[in-house]
Write a protein that binds this ligand. Structure first.
Ligand SMILES: [Zn+2]
Length: 339
């Protein structure tokens, strides 16, 4: 019962040709590496027995962000194609070279989630992005893009979505997040390209890089199943998932000014008050060099957990619920952090 069949390599994803009521596994040829060997993305299609929408899930677009892989495997185990309406297009490893090198970026150092949709005549990452979007993502009606925090930082379970648009707001509210951050789509992200092309997409940030965190994976799974129920792909009652979620108008990182040994105090999803000391930077002799203070009140979305920090390290990712006009363009604040 274990072991896998030989999986074929395809040049295109033709959903209408796949047999209904079955699970299909394939490699999709996107571009070639320096051996002249294809970079092939693994795809699992659960083609429902009945008509319905195409929901895509992408994981590890940043090659070391792995929790989403487990979420996709859970879906494969749980969804019965004979009872499914529509199709699930599942990409457990979206950035194949990055995954092999256990790194966020593509093999040439570019971040795939900044260069979407790539170009048919660009650099190797750009070619990969181009074929990834045109051959695969363009076949979807909805997309959940599964990410995690970067290495050395930890994240709560949170959603980035454009809440001004009804479809993406609904997708965000169907998940089971601790926090939702209102985000207009940043240029170059997969989410932005998808939403610009009629594919309703949100980003789900699930905990930390380089690990499986079962509790967060389980919470995310509940939200994904809820999405399937809402889209009437599976049976069951849609639940109101955002009763306990904090909705933020925006978010930004607070940086250290000094380099040294950093201790960040609040826990994830804690509320901090304006003026509160959120971190201390020590020199190597144990003397305090800097106290980092929250300049706005808000909720902790993510935090740095790596103590050895250069000056100008991101310390704490704060989500704020009320836009205070004087807080726009605070020096050192990056409002466009996308993990
Ligand atoms: Zn990411």
């Amino acid at each position: 019962m274990f072991g896998s069949k030989v999986i074929k390599t395809k040049e295109e994803l033709n959903l209408s040709k796949l047999k209904s009521g079955e699970v299909h596994r394939m490699h999709m040829h996107l571009t070639d590496n320096s051996l002249g060997v294809p970079w092939r993305v693994p795809i699992v299609v659960i083609k429902g027995a009945h008509q319905g929408p195409v929901l895509g899930l992408t994981a590890a677009l940043h090659g070391n962000e792995l929790n989403g892989i487990s979420n996709i495997f859970k879906l494969i185990e749980e969804v019965d194609p004979s009872k499914l309406n529509g199709s699930l297009v599942l990409l457990p490893i979206s950035n194949v070279p990055g995954y092999l090198m256990n790194q966020r970026e593509f093999s040439d150092g570019f971040d795939l989630n900044r260069i979407m949709p790539g170009s048919s005549k660009g650099a190797t990452s750009s070619l990969y992005a181009y074929h990834f979007t045109t051959k695969i993502i363009s076949k979807m009606n909805y997309l959940l893009d599964l990410h995690t925090a970067s290495h050395g930082r930890v994240n709560s379970l949170y959603i980035r979505a454009d809440l001004d648009i009804e479809e993406t707001r609904t997708l965000a509210y169907l998940q089971n997040p601790q926090i939702i951050v209102k985000k207009h789509d940043e240029e170059g992200t997969l989410r932005s390209w998808a939403n610009g092309n009629g594919i309703h997409a949100i980003t789900i940030e699930i905990g930390n890089a380089n690990t499986f965190q079962n509790a967060l994976i389980h919470e995310t799974h509940d939200g994904i199943l809820n999405t399937l129920r809402y889209l009437e792909m599976i049976e069951g009652e849609v639940e109101d998932m955002i009763a306990d979620a904090t909705v933020c108008d925006r978010s930004f990182w607070i940086y250290s000014n000094k380099g040294g040994i950093v201790d960040v105090f609040p826990d994830l999803a804690d509320f901090v008050k304006k003026g509160e000391v959120i971190a201390r930077v020590y020199d190597v002799f144990g003397q305090v060099k800097e106290e980092v203070v929250a300049d706005m009140s808000g909720v902790v979305i993510g935090k740095n957990v790596r103590p050895n920090c250069d000056a100008g390290t991101r310390i704490l990712h704060l989500g704020v619920s009320i836009i205070e006009p004087e807080s726009e363009n605070i020096p050192g604040h990056d409002n466009f952090e996308e993990s």
